[in-house]
Ligand binder design. Structure first.
Ligand SMILES: CC(C)(COP(=O)(O)OP(=O)(O)OC[C@H]1O[C@@H](n2cnc3c(N)ncnc32)[C@H](O)[C@@H]1OP(=O)(O)O)[C@@H](O)C(=O)NCCC(=O)NCCS
Length: 176
């Protein structure tokens, strides 16, 4: 099977919503228990577009999105403007085919194009697949926060991993 990674368009939002809502209902990857409607995903899409940040989808021969990845600002203060936090999700029936790592590798390249310096992943500490994929792509663990979340009646630990996109780069002297 040949897969293609491309920028998402509004027609991908129903598939993205399905993948997102599955993660809400059936995983500890998203710490929400409320599913979202299409309007919610459209607003998210518009916000990413307005910021010039990518949403990438990986599609099959029928151009159906099987997974997606995106990043947003890590924290809403101007001093964090060179750091982004990303997410990557693969449809439950498509996991185990290395689509996630392909998406993440492509997203890393886009973060470099956006002149970002650091990518941050905030991962539920029991998510061995995600931690493995991030390590494979060069991320290192930079923090572990016990019991900062709750879902399905359990406390959740958060593992932070980060990737320096341009190691050794001097801080840009631009003003925000
Ligand atoms: C995490 C996720 C993106 C990974 O994408 P994927 O396409 O399913 O990735 P794969 O299962 O093909 O795994 C890629 C690698 O992880 C390894 N892996 C898979 N499951 C694993 C597990 N439970 N423990 C350790 N390694 C695991 C695979 O062996 C493979 O390693 P390799 O390339 O070194 O052989 C995907 O499973 C997913 O969408 N999960 C639900 C949402 C989620 O957790 N998103 C991440 C939030 S931080």
């Amino acid at each position: 099977m040949t897969y293609v990674i491309r920028d998402a368009v509004p027609a991908d939002l129903p598939a993205i919503r399905e993948i997102y809502n599955d993660a809400v209902l059936n995983t500890l990857a998203i710490w929400n228990e409320q599913t979202v409607d299409l309007d919610n995903r459209q607003q998210w899409f518009d916000a990413r577009q307005a910021q010039g940040y990518p949403i990438l989808v990986i599609v099959d021969h029928a151009d159906v999105a099987l997974g997606y990845a995106s990043f947003g600002d890590w924290r809403p203060f101007e001093g964090f403007r060179h750091t982004v936090e990303h997410s990557v999700y693969v449809h439950p029936e498509q996991r185990g085919k290395r689509l996630g790592p392909q998406l993440l590798a492509a997203l890393i390249e886009r973060a470099k194009v956006c002149n970002k310096h650091v990518m941050v992943a905030a991962i539920e500490s029991g998510n061995a697949a995600s931690i493995h994929v991030h390590k494979r792509l060069g991320f290192v663990t930079s923090g572990h926060m016990p019991q900062v979340g709750i879902k399905f009646g359990n406390w959740l630990d958060l593992t932070f991993m980060q990737l320096m996109l341009k190691p050794g780069a001097l801080p840009p002297q631009e003003r925000p």
